[in-house]
Design a protein around this ligand. Structure first.
Ligand code: SAH
Length: 222
């Protein structure tokens, strides 16, 4: 949100629009707000110098601390499942590069994003601030505990593979709130969406994905 206008005219623009058509629209991403957000965020700014030319590739890419920036399709798919409205308060667990947080910032009112590696959180904070994403706050913490101080949230997206749904996240959801989380064994997960309505949690399952593990008190052991 409120990122510089040059985003849409920079050199990454053509590659970004091709990405939206070929990797997202053609594969069933239909939410126009999600597609517009993906067309605006300069992914090349969220990867290392060496990975810049691969920024719009149809894949995840390595970032520091042995982690990854998610594949564009995965980010768009999770955002679409979360049905984020303009007034929504969003929590992301697993900031990584900050890319998905930037996409989310175009969709909701505010984004709190939590990263367990201080170095990644620091880099993401600097990057998001330099690019003008003023409605994103980056926190260094164990995101499996949620972010009690700023709860409740309308949408929670977990960008790392979880064993089970961390209970603190459920406790920090508004009525009607959604949690999008990849669940399963360490090396391959099924995307799940939980909706909290009238005191009841409903689960829907979607396709197979491969995420780095969610490590923490309510996740995997280190
Ligand atoms: N959304 C990121 C990709 C995240 S990769 C992007 O757009 O670049 C998953 C991230 O989750 C990694 O950076 C990893 O360090 C982080 N992570 C794993 N377990 C975590 C936890 N318990 N709390 C916070 N972050 C966690």
């Amino acid at each position: 949100m409120k990122a510089s206008e040059s985003e849409s005219t920079d050199s990454g623009s053509a590659a970004r629009h091709a990405m939206v058509q070929q990797q997202l629209r053609a594969r069933g991403i239909r939410d126009e707000r999600v597609l517009a957000a993906m067309a605006q965020v300069p992914r090349e700014e969220f990867v290392s110098e060496e990975c810049r030319s691969a920024a719009y590739q149809d894949s995840s890419l390595p970032i520091d601390c042995g982690q990854t920036i998610s594949q564009p399709f995965t980010v768009a798919f999770m955002c679409q499942l979360a049905s984020i409205g303009e007034g929504d308060r969003v929590l992301e667990i697993g900031t990584g590069s900050g890319y998905a947080a930037a996409v989310l910032s175009h969709l909701g009112h505010s984004v709190d994003t939590v990263e367990r590696y201080p170095a990644l959180a620091q880099q993401a904070t600097e990057r998001l601030s330099r690019l003008g994403y003023s409605n994103v706050r980056v926190h260094t913490a164990d995101g499996t505990e949620g972010l009690r101080r700023y709860a409740p949230f309308d949408a929670i997206l977990v960008a790392a593979g979880a064993r089970t749904l961390p209970q603190p996240l459920v406790d920090q959801l508004t009525g009607g709130g959604r949690i999008v989380i990849p669940l399963g064994p360490k090396h391959g997960q099924i995307m799940a969406r939980f909706t909290y309505q009238d005191g009841q949690l409903t689960k829907d399952s979607f396709g197979a994905f491969a995420f780095v593990p969610l490590i923490g008190q309510h996740g995997w052991q280190e």
